[in-house]
Structure formats: C-alpha cells, structure tokens
Design a protein around this ligand. Sequence first.
Ligand SMILES: [Zn+2]
Length: 222
Amino acid sequence: MTEGIDRLRAGLVQACRELAQTGLVVGSAGNVSARNGDLVLVTPTGARLATVAEDELAVVDLDGTLVDGPLLPTSELPLHLAVYRSFAAAGAVVHTHPPMATAVACVADELPCIHYTLLSLGGSVRVAPYATFGTDALAATVVDALRERTAALMGGHGAVTYGPDVAAAMAATQLLEWACGVYVHACACGTPRVLDEQERRVVAEALATYGNPVRVSPAPLP
Ligand SMILES: [Zn+2]
C-alpha cells in the first residue's frame, strides 16, 4: 500500500540532513514532506532533521490521517497538506527557519525581485502575515502568499517552498535563502534596484526554455 511513498524515504532523509548541515534549520525546527498520489511522507513532530531516520517518518493521507509510522506527523502538517491541496504541481514541501530569509520575514512585506534568478520562484516573494505555528490560519495565509509562486516567507517565522520533487523544493529553499542574504547585504550599502516589468518578462521567457535540449545541425564539412 505504501510502496510508492517508501521510495521517497531515502531522498527525504537526505534533504533533512542537508538542511541541518547547511544551517537552514536548527534543533527540531523545520519539516519536509513529499507526496505520492493520495499519500504524503512527512517528518515526525519534534524531529531533529540532522538525525531523523527513514523509519521514523510518518505517512498520512491528504486529510492528515496517520496511515503508517511510529510517530505523529509534524505539527505543521496543516501547512503541508494545504499546499498539496492548493497546488497540483506540488510534489514536495520544505519548511525551514533560515537565518537570512527569517530576518527578511521579520521586517518586510516582500522580498523584491532584485535578482533575475528569483524569477524561477515566480519573482518577488511575499511575506505571509504572522499566525501561530501549526494552525489552519497559518496554512491559509501561506497558501495565499504562494499564489503564482513556489516560495513564500512567513512573518516572524521562516520560509516555505514547494516543487515537483524534493530536489526542486530544496533548490528553491536554497535560492530563497541566498537571495535574502543578497538583499540584506544590498540594503546595508544602498537601495537595491528592483528589476522592472520588461526585464522580468524577458527572463521569464528565457527560463521557460532554459535547460531544454537544443538540437544543432552538424556544421557542413569544409
Ligand atoms: Zn516553523
């Protein structure tokens, strides 16, 4: 019954290790999930991502009912499930408390589109209004902030990203944290220039084809 979801266990645990090792979470903060059909594999409540084991992960259905696992799922389960219900492209969700992203989330309403790579997240990144952790209210504000985006900051809290798989959601978190660091440094020495609409449109169009294989006809022999 859980064969498909079981294939995601190793990748999820590897992502948890990487988040802890790179300082994107500390202690028992942060939680990660991946979806397979109607089931979601998610880190358990109170888990330290640095040491969580594959057989400690919880399997739940999209209503949050525990299907398999020795521990209860993360208290942020409503957030993860709300993302899966709201965005069909979501195959994995990463929630963290990264230092730079959280710093920006404590003072700003959005991370402006100051660097072209942010277009891969949808452009500027909204800061969802503060709400208590683990609540449906928090899940609702974050889903609203994620409209047409794959990343959101959470006021007074942290960051969340999603992607088609764990690797993509991780890459989005890493890019978001890097961009927030750039923004903080840029604000310290001046006023960052925000990409205008034309600049954003050109990059968005380029990103739509970037990475797709381009076949080039062999050059004629001399
Ligand atoms: Zn959190």
